[in-house]
Design a protein around this ligand. Structure first.
Ligand code: BG6
Length: 510
């Protein structure tokens, strides 16, 4: 891939967790892969008083600790390091932004960054408005005669409901064109997620089967083994539905469900995803508790990690009703998916760390082998493993060699690691690179974020109206019992990851 053109990257929230764990290491990996331009400047902006030298040291430590490839190559890092700077300021401070502009102008003159600026808002949502206004005003004051581009990457959460997402979009559009706004969802930068489109649209075997006619249902699971950690304050205002479902899980669902786009460009692909969100059947408020299940982890232990329960986490109000687990049954009311359920579940402190999509096909119309057997012959599954062990697996039925007619569910596996013998890049590497190139395909469009919120809002409202508290669940389990009931009442079962579904060996005497 060609390296990006000269530019400056400004990270607001320069010393934050995301910057240290993901963004700075991603810059290092991009340099290693020769994707960074020769003229590149990284500027950290935050409130703490730091010198350039101190910030460089912070960045070095972050890369040493979190970079994907270890140990780091000192030569590559030294090249990046001398182009790292720091500007101290409040996020709403005019003076701070003046200093930032002066810093960037100097970089244009001395480092050849050509007036191209990528601003990354890796800060809490209450800082978005002052930063955007300041950037917008300074941008207006300094139009740079059409020279150089300005782009803004915004981290989630993009609003907390439809109304706030609309206001944020309106604020951005006061100053910037939609082509300049990059709403990030790091799931879209994951290899397997991108591979979903390749799998569906570069192979002819899936399309004829890809509808309610041959698929029984789709399950999407994103489970985590840790709790809310140090993010209790943010999480108490958010919960699993806003934190994971509105964005990451809906993106996975949209890529599974969307129609083939007219072309592989940002407009065509995002048009199709918006149609999916607009077709999701709105949840009736009085159905929310039945078809959108909430859970909250109680005290206990998962693996080596002990917890006093969600209500004992730092910065969490002791009477919080915030859900740390959510499971939903949704329908997409269009020609392809009419009447076929999508089951989604996500939660903290569950049995294993796993993101996967299971497409369960219908059973053959005539259960020929079933007639001779007591145990069930399993239907076919296509399992798309987003993480860990990125890859795909087909579950098919095969005859076990021998005189008896014995049917066993077997797996045809494709793993990234073995097929390509390379470690897939981190999502942020791909996404920052795309933003530098101005490619919005893997970013969320404004109307797309709003369409996704309009599915979430009625559920949140239904939950508030019901006044029910989330059902407690034990850390290390698969969540509350009602999440099992949600799918079992339809005569189906959750696919239980690696620890999995029993694979029945069915002995039949013909
Ligand atoms: C973030 C959520 O967007 O995604 C976190 O805010 C969550 O709560 C994280 O832990 C999960 O990301 P990944 O890539 O580890 O699945």
């Amino acid at each position: 891939m060609p390296s990006a053109s000269p530019c400056a990257l400004v990270i607001f929230g320069a010393s934050g967790d995301l910057a240290k764990r993901k963004l700075i290491p991603a810059i290092y990996e991009m340099a290693r892969e020769k994707l960074l331009p020769d003229s590149f400047v990284l500027v950290g902006y935050a409130r703490s008083p730091l010198t350039d030298q101190q910030y460089r040291q912070e960045c070095r430590e972050a890369v040493q600790k979190f970079a994907r490839t270890q140990p780091i190559d000192p030569e590559i890092w030294n090249r990046i390091e001398k182009n790292i700077g720091y500007v101290q300021g409040d996020y709403g401070s005019n003076d701070g932004h003046d200093r930032l502009c002066a810093y960037l102008d100097k970089a244009d003159r001395e480092k050849g960054t050509a007036g191209d600026r990528l601003y990354y808002l890796s800060t809490p949502p209450n800082t978005f408005e002052p930063i955007i206004r300041n950037l917008g005003e300074h941008h207006k004051k300094q139009p740079r005669d059409g020279k150089g581009w300005t782009r803004i990457i915004i981290e989630k959460p993009f609003g907390r409901d439809l109304a706030s997402a609309r206001s944020l979009n309106a604020l951005l559009h006061e100053y910037f064109a939609e082509e300049q706004v990059f709403r990030i969802d790091h799931y879209l930068g994951k290899e397997t997620v991108q591979n979903l489109m390749v799998m569906r649209f570069a192979n002819s075997i899936f399309e004829p089967l890809w509808s309610y006619k041959y698929i029984d249902h789709v399950q999407i699971t994103v489970s985590e083994t840790l709790g809310v950690g140090t993010r209790g304050g943010y999480y108490a205002q958010s919960g699993a539905l806003r934190d994971m479902v509105q964005n990451h899980m809906f993106q996975l669902m949209a890529l599974v469900a969307m129609e083939p786009p007219a072309a592989l460009d940002a407009v065509s692909i995002r048009d199709e995803k918006v149609k999916v969100f607009k077709s999701i059947r709105p949840m009736r408020a009085d159905h929310a508790d039945q078809f959108a299940i909430r859970g909250q982890y109680g005290p206990g232990q998962a693996g080596d990690v002990k917890t006093g329960g969600y209500l004992k986490e730092k910065d969490v109000p002791p009477d919080s009703k915030t859900e740390t687990f959510a499971a939903l049954r949704l329908f997409i009311d269009n020609w392809r998916w009419s009447g076929m359920p999508f089951y989604l579940r996500t939660g903290k402190f569950l049995t294993e760390k796993l993101s996967e999509i299971v497409v369960r096909f219908r059973s053959p119309p005539l259960a020929l082998f079933q007639k001779q057997c007591d145990a069930p012959v399993y239907p076919n599954d296509l399992i798309i493993r987003v993480q860990p062990d990125e890859g795909m697996s087909w579950r098919l039925n095969a005859k076990v060699p021998g005189g008896q007619m014995t049917v066993k569910s077997v797996a045809l596996d494709f793993f990234y690691k073995t097929a390509f013998n390379i470690e897939p890049p981190e999502a942020y590497e791909r996404l920052i690179y795309d933003a530098m190139l101005g490619d919005q395909t893997l970013f969320i469009r404004g109307d797309e974020a709003e369409a996704a919120w309009s599915v979430i809002d009625p559920i949140e409202q239904g939950w508030i109206a019901s006044q029910r508290t989330p059902e407690p669940y034990a850390p290390g389990s698969w969540g509350p019992k009602r999440a099992m009931d949600l799918i079992e009442m339809d005569g189906r079962r959750w696919f239980q990851g690696n620890n999995g579904d029993a694979e029945p060996i069915v002995a039949c005497s013909l």
